[in-house]
Design a protein around this ligand. Structure first.
Ligand SMILES: [Zn+2]
Length: 233
């Protein structure tokens, strides 16, 4: 079920449904993938999972916290504070309406971004404002079974390029070379682009549309299992 498609009387009967909120980012994804890649994959995955599990899929939060790519062209990053405030307000809005179970799923997996979502989740669970909640990113769903060729593939590489070739081939602009960031370990640096000019973390060269379909089906299955866990009494 998609929240945007429902009318007032329909809401009354589904208060026990799990609410899935997709999160994205507006972020560079190399020279070949659109800025909306994270949101677009999160929307597609959560819609498929919503159909499979009868969960209620909320409209996405398009903006996210992008620590490493803030300087790259097109990235529009918000602060962890802003994301925490918005996420808390959205969930409290659902709670006010009688919903109690939530899955926050993010197509963007930045560490500060995920930390902001988890902080809000922990706080809501702690004060029993929600009954049950799960939070995960697309990278949390990766395991051996997914069948990725590239180890350590995480941004605009094999996984995301394949998914976009499957979901939105019209928005994939050619290809890009395998690359990885070279940030100094432990040291925080301001000029992050200097250490990661390509904005690619993985190997888009081995991405295909067929793999995209296979990855999509696998990820839907894994996310659906998490939704089922949140549903359990
Ligand atoms: Zn991404």
């Amino acid at each position: 079920m998609e929240l945007l498609s429902l009318c007032m009387p329909e809401i009354e009967d589904i208060k026990s449904a799990v609410v899935i909120i997709p999160f994205g980012s507006i972020e560079e994804h190399g020279p070949h993938l659109p800025l909306g890649t994270d949101a677009l994959t999160a929307i597609a995955l959560t819609q498929a999972v919503g159909q499979k599990t009868n969960a209620l899929v909320a409209p996405p939060v398009y903006y996210g916290v992008c620590r490493s790519t803030k300087e790259h062209a097109g990235t529009i990053s918000i602060t962890p504070d802003a994301l925490r405030t918005l996420t808390r307000a959205i969930i409290e809005g659902f709670v006010f309406q009688g919903f109690k179970r939530f899955v926050l799923f993010s197509g963007h997996a930045g560490s500060l971004h995920m930390a902001a979502l988890k902080e809000v989740g922990e706080e809501l669970v702690d004060r029993e404002a929600v009954e049950r909640m799960a939070i995960c990113s697309i990278l949390d769903l990766i395991d051996e079974g997914l069948g990725l060729e590239t180890k350590n593939d995480s941004h605009a590489g094999e996984l995301e390029t394949s998914l976009m070739l499957y979901l939105h081939p019209e928005w994939v602009k050619g290809g890009a070379k395998e690359d990885y960031p070279h940030f100094p370990s432990h040291l925080l640096v301001k000029e992050k682009k200097k250490y990661w000019p390509s904005g690619i973390w993985g190997n888009p060269e081995v991405a295909t549309r067929e793999k995209g379909k296979q990855f999509f089906v696998y990820l839907v299955e894994k996310l659906a299992r998490i939704v089922e866990q949140v549903k359990e009494q």
